[in-house]
Design a protein. Sequence first.
Length: 298
Amino acid sequence: GYLGRSSLRHPPLVMGHEFSGEVVALDPSDEGGPIAVGQLVAVNPILPCRNCPTCAAGRYQICPNRTLIGAQRPGAFADLVAAPLTALVPLPDGTSPVLGALTEPFATALHAARLGGLTADDGVIVWGAGSIGLLAIWAALLSGAGRVVAVDTNPQRLRAAEEMGAVAAIDGGADDAVAAARAALGDVRRTVVLEAVGRTASRQAAVEAAGPGGTVVLIGLHDAETSLPINAMIRAEIALFCSYAYRPEEFRDAARILAHEPLPTTSWIATRPLTEGAASFAELIDRPGAATKIVLEP
């Protein structure tokens, strides 16, 4: 979106879909309800139509008529943002607004981990240690995975992955990355790969890493098309799931967990003034370092 290459985000637009905020005004018809002025809330940016068969099935995140705050509507990179009352999730008193802003990406990671149907006998490879990947490590462990291995090409992000709970951090640029990740996982009943990059090479590596009877959950949205060895996947009965965003209850679960469970590490999170937003985008694109997630404060 920052580079003007997004199919969803077209300038002029105020972006920003991962956010928390203080309620400063309500529509008069909403006063006296469950949300009050002064309350800290996380905001679910996905706004479904609530009238179609997909919404009736409770899968609001894939409503064909949905809109997104920060894409089709002005987003949170501003001092003020408008949001429907139905999108607000109250945060407990004392919750850090920074942690509240992680509700959206953590809900995305939580949804992917749950799609994988993880048990204590499963091993998980998280391919990509960006913010979604790092939160996916935590989500996998909270969901019951026995062991989690992280793969990335950035040494600082790999260190953060270990701090988040990965038992090993593998250089994804190495020729033997797949073999190394499987070896680090050890003998597990099933290998589940959470692919959080979205490039063709990482998607293909994820399928290879899953192995016979394994599961691949695709999260990353980078390359629009990818060729996969479908015949080999059929013969190995590799299950493939596509994970997009989260259900409303998973968004609420994410907010609750962040409020009550200590995040294993915050070394990968930087907080900066809103005025440094443009420079922060350029940094993440041109010279990514220890700051995987930059939170902007108005």
